[in-house]
Design a protein around this ligand. Structure first.
Ligand code: LER
Ligand code: MN
Length: 272
């Protein structure tokens, strides 16, 4: 069984980005429940932007879980990266991520490292950048244990990172870590750009995939692009994937319609 989730962004600097609901967390929770989602995924500007008591009340009131929390605001709002050549900036990047881990952890939600991974180039070689990334993932993966949640690492497409862009390279990275508490995020949009065969990539990720961004080839909601979901759903079933399918897609044509469209595709391909 793969539960469903839908994204909510509270980050002004991320406007135009691939998030279904925006700005109004209570309204997003109402709509998510109305459409039958199991959970929401929150992209917050900081760990203190959402009152934890209010969040718990909203989740309880609407019978929702918290699927995951994004850390990308550390990059888009605060300009931080885990692979910066500046030691102080790297420390602040880790501190920001620890705060987001502590925000999601009490709700059982893992934090996602996406754009915070940065990129190599200039004075920083690929190997040196990967060493910095490994060091951060080891440290933050172990930190997440205190909430009994994993840390989620997301390979991105080539226009967003030059570090790890495929699931197979992500698996190699996972195997090179000291911690076993980091899992991969398979984002179907990034995979559509980078993978030769999405279903094969998912099978190669067996045992390592801990979250899924459910979206179409053009980053519109599932069903509004040319993604072939049947083999993807079959591969997820084959590897025993039972974590979230979370809609990280443009609010196209508008947030409510995007969420409804996602739910209809979810019911078609993932509901058992
Ligand atoms: C960014 O493209 C993305 O997919 C997010 O999930 C990570 O910040
Ligand atoms: Mn994503």
């Amino acid at each position: 069984m793969i539960p469903s989730a839908v994204t909510v962004s509270l980050v002004n600097e991320a406007r135009g980005g691939p998030f279904v609901f925006w700005d109004d967390l209570p309204a997003a929770c109402r709509k998510a429940q109305e459409l039958g989602f199991d959970a929401i995924e929150i992209f917050a500007p900081s760990a203190t932007a959402v009152d934890p008591v209010e969040l718990q009340q909203l989740l309880t009131q609407h019978s929702l879980n918290l699927a995951a929390v994004g850390t990308g605001a550390g990059m888009v709002k605060h300009g931080l990266s885990l692979t910066s050549t500046d030691t102080d900036e790297r420390a602040r990047a880790k501190e920001f991520i620890r705060s987001i881990i502590d925000f999601g952890g009490p709700h059982g939600a893992p934090a996602i490292i996406g754009s915070m991974q940065g990129r190599w180039g200039g004075a920083l070689s690929r190997e040196a950048a990967l060493d910095l990334l490994r060091e951060a993932l080891n440290e933050l993966g172990e930190y997440a244990r205190k909430h009994d949640v994993p840390l989620i690492y997301e390979p991105l497409n080539r226009y967003e990172t030059n570090l790890i862009t495929t699931v197979a390279d992500g698996v190699d990275l996972m195997k090179s870590l000291q911690t076993d508490n980091v899992q991969l995020l398979a984002d179907l949009f990034h995979m559509n750009i980078e993978e030769a065969d999405l279903a094969a990539a998912i099978r190669a990720g067996k045992g390592h995939i801990g979250h899924l961004h459910f979206v179409d080839s053009n980053r519109r909601p599932a069903g509004l692009g040319h993604m072939d979901y049947a083999p993807i759903a079959a591969a997820l079933k084959e590897i025993g994937y039972d974590k979230y399918a979370s809609a990280e897609a443009f609010p196209y044509p508008d947030p409510d319609a995007a969420a409804a469209q996602t739910m209809s595709a979810y019911n078609r391909f993932f509901k058992e």
